[in-house]
Design a protein around this ligand. Structure first.
Ligand SMILES: NC(=O)c1ccc[n+]([C@@H]2O[C@H](COP(=O)([O-])OP(=O)(O)OC[C@H]3O[C@@H](n4cnc5c(N)ncnc54)[C@H](OP(=O)(O)O)[C@@H]3O)[C@@H](O)[C@H]2O)c1
Length: 545
């Protein structure tokens, strides 16, 4: 199956030979990484005697691996999604095997710790891909069972680590604890090349979100390092690491850098608090515990309450979700639910797994500020009370960069209210809808002219926005923001001319940077930021429909 990118995606059956190979490769690769977190424990006294290492050196022999793995696993997940799960999985296996050889040959404790750091890098590259491969390759009907098998077998690897480590250390040498990775890793790489199809995250556009990746890595590494090193007292190093970790976590990091990350077995409870926090950070931010029987979002049908579900975006979100097997229910004043007064809200959210807010203020003036504040206050309170697991909001790209538009200030307020609530959330920020261009031109038009600014915009079809909102609703909470935008950037006056020509409208478009609703926008405030999902429908295609 080498070089078969995209083949077999979402179609491989678990009972087939191809399915068994994919599962075996994913489980073996992941098991190697999990085994390595526990297998070394019982070998430590022997390593200490053999290499003349003290307690600190032995502690770092354990922690260096878990720290690097925890700090980089989000980045590894992102790289897999972007550059190919199989490619990054194999790269991780190669790095891991090479580092294992270095561990086995290490003549000093310093070199052993260094090799363990490198092993952690390999693990962080390999392990997110192992779950992502299963999610992407298996037929939806088999996915849950495949993930269950992967999780169960991986948990066994973590659990038997100490026994295997003890046996190898007694019967052979502590170096054998690392040497076993070499034949295992070579087999995993060869089998992955032959039997695993390449897949990527189709919604990901552009490169890695460097800022998000750096902040996530610094946050986890800083906090873990501080906790690990705190056993030696509150040293300047511990304080500096804490400041870096907490500071990086507090900074706005943009979207989450990873989508597919692995689950750690519930049994894996590292004794060191720093390592525990690292693993917990990964677990809580992205995953569910293994062995609990819970399925990742996207593989089960969910009950979704769509507020504003009768509007332009909402009605399409409802359709898309229902067509993919979820139970999406539209709510609006016309169906008896009013977010302003709170009427009907508890009933609408009862039993809902997800709530989507695509309501809209009836006006663009000062009243919109109060509309967004009050409706979101009510929604957040009701979602918290109903125990809704995920709240998705549709906002506007660059809303925070246009304080001159009160409606945009209202959207920022809406985002802030959602973020301050207790319900895990995702914010989709869309650029201006194609459907909104003609109303926008009409704001400053008369019978013979349309006066508009040359503001840069990157419009998108409402259908593409609805798809992005539906995708987000069916996934795990992002606890962050994702931009979605159309494929082309125009200046608004140019867009006006294209629109009028397509509509056979002979009015003249006059460029006037003080005219129209977007006159308050400066520079590229409304253009999607790095890492945005870029939709494919072009404006001209849409106009021609
Ligand atoms: N237009 C753009 O270019 C653009 C760009 C990015 C983001 N957005 C955002 O996209 C979102 C959706 O826009 P849209 O064009 O789909 O809106 P829309 O077509 O005007 O639909 C609004 C929906 O909200 C409901 N609604 C209004 N007031 C309500 C209330 N008090 N309680 C409950 N439901 C209420 C409406 O139904 P009832 O009237 O029956 O209640 C309707 O279902 C907006 O939040 C907007 O800010 C728009």
């Amino acid at each position: 199956m080498a070089g078969n990118e995209g083949q077999g995606e979402g179609s491989v059956r678990l009972a087939s030979a191809a399915g068994r190979w994919v599962l075996a490769v994913a489980v073996l690769g992941d098991s190697m990484i999990l085994l390595e977190a526990t297998v070394v424990n019982v070998a430590l006294p022997t390593i200490g005697r053999n290499l003349g290492a003290g307690v600190a050196g032995l502690q770092w022999t354990l922690n260096s691996y878990v720290l690097t793995l925890a700090a980089l696993v989000l980045v590894g997940g992102s790289l897999s999604d972007i550059y190919g799960r199989r490619r990054i999985f194999i790269l991780g296996a190669v790095v891991f095997v090479a580092a294992s050889a270095l561990c086995a040959a290490a003549p000093t404790i310093g070199l052993l710790i260094l090799a363990r750091f490198i092993q952690g890098i390999g693990g962080a590259l390999l392990t997110p891909g192992s779950l992502a491969i299963i999610e992407a390759v298996f037929h939806p009907a088999d996915r849950t069972r495949a993930i269950g098998a992967w999780a169960g077998l991986g948990a066994v690897a973590g659990a038997i680590g100490p026994t295997v480590g003890g046996y190898l250390t007694d019967a052979v040498s502590w170096r054998a604890v690392f040497l076993i990775n070499i034949p295992l890793g070579v087999f995993v790489v060869a089998a992955a090349l032959r039997h695993v199809p390449e897949t990527r995250d189709p919604t990901h556009v552009g490169g890695i979100d460097l800022r998000g990746a750096a902040l996530a890595t610094l946050a986890i590494a800083g906090v873990c390092f501080a906790l690990i090193d705190a056993s030696g007292g509150l040293t300047p190093m511990v304080i500096a690491a804490s400041v870096v970790g907490v500071g990086a976590a507090a900074l706005p990091g943009g979207r989450h850098p990873a989508r597919h990350v692995p689950e750690f077995p519930a049994q894996f409870q590292p004794a060191d608090p720093g390592a525990l926090i690292g693993v917990t950070a990964i677990r809580d931010g992205n995953i569910r515990l293994r062995g609990t029987g819970q399925e990742p979002e996207g593989t089960r049908n969910m009950k979704v309450a769509v507020m504003g579900g009768t509007g332009l975006i909402g009605s399409q979100v409802v359709k898309i979700l229902n067509a993919s097997g979820h139970e999406a229910v539209p709510h609006a004043r016309s169906t008896g639910v009013d977010l302003l007064s709170g009427r009907g809200l508890p009933g609408a959210l009862k039993g809902a797994d997800v709530v989507v807010d695509v309501t809209n203020s009836p006006t663009f003036d000062d009243a919109s500020l109060a509309f967004f504040q009050t409706t979101t206050d009510n929604l957040v309170a009701a979602a918290g009370e109903a125990g809704v697991g995920h709240a998705v909001l549709l906002s506007i790209v660059g809303a925070d960069l246009v304080p001159g538009l009160v409606y945009y200030r209202g959207k920022v307020l809406q985002e802030d209210v959602l973020k301050s609530g207790s319900t895990p959330y995702s914010i989709v920020r869309a650029t201006q809808f194609f459907e909104f261009i003609e109303p926008a031109l009409a704001f400053s038009a008369d019978e013979s002219t349309v006066r508009v600014s040359a503001t840069l915009i990157q419009p998108i079809a409402a259908a593409d926005v609805a798809q992005a909102v539906a995708d987000m609703s069916a996934g795990r909470p992002l606890r962050g923001t994702r931009d979605v935008a159309g494929p082309e950037v125009f200046s608004l006056d140019e867009l006006g001319r294209i629109t009028l020509a397509a509509r056979d409208d002979h009015r003249t478009v006059i460029t006037d940077n003080s005219a129209g609703i977007f006159a308050a926008v400066s520079g590229d405030a409304l253009i999607a930021k790095d890492g945005a999902v870029i939709a494919t429908t072009t404006y001209r295609e849409w106009l021609a429909r």
